[in-house]
Design a protein around this ligand. Structure first.
Ligand code: OAD
Length: 261
C-alpha cells in the first residue's frame, strides 16, 4: 500500500524513490540471493531474538541454546524448544514469505537462505530455502546420524520422557545450530556460492550480528553485487547496502517484488 505523509510518498515508512530503485534492481537481476532473519516472521507472530520483546531479552542463550546448556539440563532445553514448536505452529506465513515464495517459484536464479528455524519459508511454498540454522521441526540423535522431521508435542515432564533416537535409543536433540557450534559445511558453502554469484542480495529482517550468516551479504557486495536491506532500523549491513528500506517485511517485500503496488 502506498501512503503519503504529505512529503515524499512512502510505503509504510520507506521513501518511494528507493523502493522504485529496489524494484528495478531486483527485476533486472539474473541472480538474486535473499537472506532473511527473525524480522521476516515477526508479523506472523513469531518473536524475534533481539528486538523489543525478543527471546534474548527474556531468556539467556547460555541457558537454552548451547551444547553446554543441553548437557547440564536437557529437560529444560527440550521444554523451551517444545514451547517454541507449539508457538510457531500457531503462526502462518505472512505476505512477505508468500511474495518471496511466489517470486522464487516464477524465476530461475533466486536462492533464499534463512537464519530462521520456524519453517515459514517452506510453508509458504516455492523452492525449498537453505535453512542455515536448522529447523525446530527436526530432531537428531546425540550419538548416531539419525534425523527425523516431526511436529508432534514434546513431553519434557522428566528426563525419561524426552525424545530418543529411533535407531539407537540415545537422547535426541533439536536439529538446530546452537551458539558455539558450526553450521553444516555443505549448507553454508552452498549459501556462500549463491551469495557470491548474485547480482542482488536482498536482506530482510536480520540484526546481522550472527556469523557466518551476516557475512553472506558481504560476499555479494565484495563480488560487485548490490545489497538491498529491509529493516525498520539500521544494522551493521546498512554501511554496505546500496539501498536501505526502513519498513517492515510485510510492508516492503511484496512491493519490491512487484506483487503489490
Ligand atoms: P534478531 O532478533 O537479532 O533481529 C531481528 C531483526 O529484525 C532486527 O534487526 C529488527 O529490527 C528486525 N525486524 C523486527 N521486526 C521486523 C519486521 N516486521 N520486518 C522486518 N524487520 C523486522 O534476529 P536474527 O538477526 O534473525 O540464531 O538473529 C540471528 C540469529 O540469532 C538467529 O538465527 C538465532 C539468534 O540467536 C540461532 O539460534 C543460532
Amino acid at each position: 500500500m502506498l501512503i503519503s505523509d504529505g512529503g515524499a510518498p512512502k510505503v509504510r515508512g520507506a521513501v518511494l524513490q528507493p523502493i522504485t530503485e529496489a524494484r528495478a534492481l531486483v527485476a533486472a537481476a539474473d541472480r538474486c540471493f535473499v537472506l532473511t532473519g527473525a524480522g521476516i516472521s515477526a508479523e506472523s507472530g513469531v518473536p524475534t531474538f533481539r528486538s523489543d520483546g525478543g527471546l534474548w531479552k527474556s531468556y539467556r542463550a547460555e541457558d537454552l541454546a548451547t551444547p553446554g546448556a543441553f548437557a547440564r539440563d536437557s529437560r529444560l532445553v527440550w521444554e523451551w524448544y517444545g514451547w517454541r514448536r507449539e508457538l510457531v505452529q500457531r503462526c502462518a506465513p505472512n505476505a512477505a514469505h508468500l511474495a518471496l515464495a511466489r517470486w522464487a517459484a516464477d524465476r530461475a536464479g533466486v536462492t533464499i537462505a534463512t537464519q530462521n528455524v520456524d519453517g515459514l519459508h517452506a510453508a509458504a511454498g516455492g523452492p525449498p530455502p537453505i535453512e542455515l540454522h536448522g529447523s525446530l521441526f527436526r530432531m537428531r540423535c546425540t550419538c548416531c546420524e539419525w534425523r527425523e522431521d516431526g511436529r508432534g508435542p514434546i513431553d519434557a515432564t522428566s528426563a525419561e520422557t524426552l525424545p530418543r533416537c529411533a535407531r539407537c535409543r540415545a537422547l535426541a536433540r533439536p536439529d538446530v545450530v546452537w551458539f558455539g557450534e558450526s553450521l553444516d559445511r555443505a549448507t553454508i558453502e552452498r549459501a556462500f556460492e549463491a551469495a557470491s554469484a548474485a547480482d542482488v542480495c536482498l536482506v530482510v529482517g536480520t540484526s546481522a550480528v550472527v556469523q557466518p550468516a551476516a557475512s553472506l551479504a558481504n560476499a555479494t557486495h565484495e563480488a560487485g553485487g548490490a545489497v538491498i536491506e529491509v529493516n525498520p532500523v539500521e544494522t551493521p549491513l546498512t554501511a554496505i547496502a546500496a539501498i536501505s528500506l526502513r519498513g517492515t517485511a510485510v510492508g516492503v517485500v511484496p512491493v519490491i517484488l512487484g506483487s503489490r503496488v
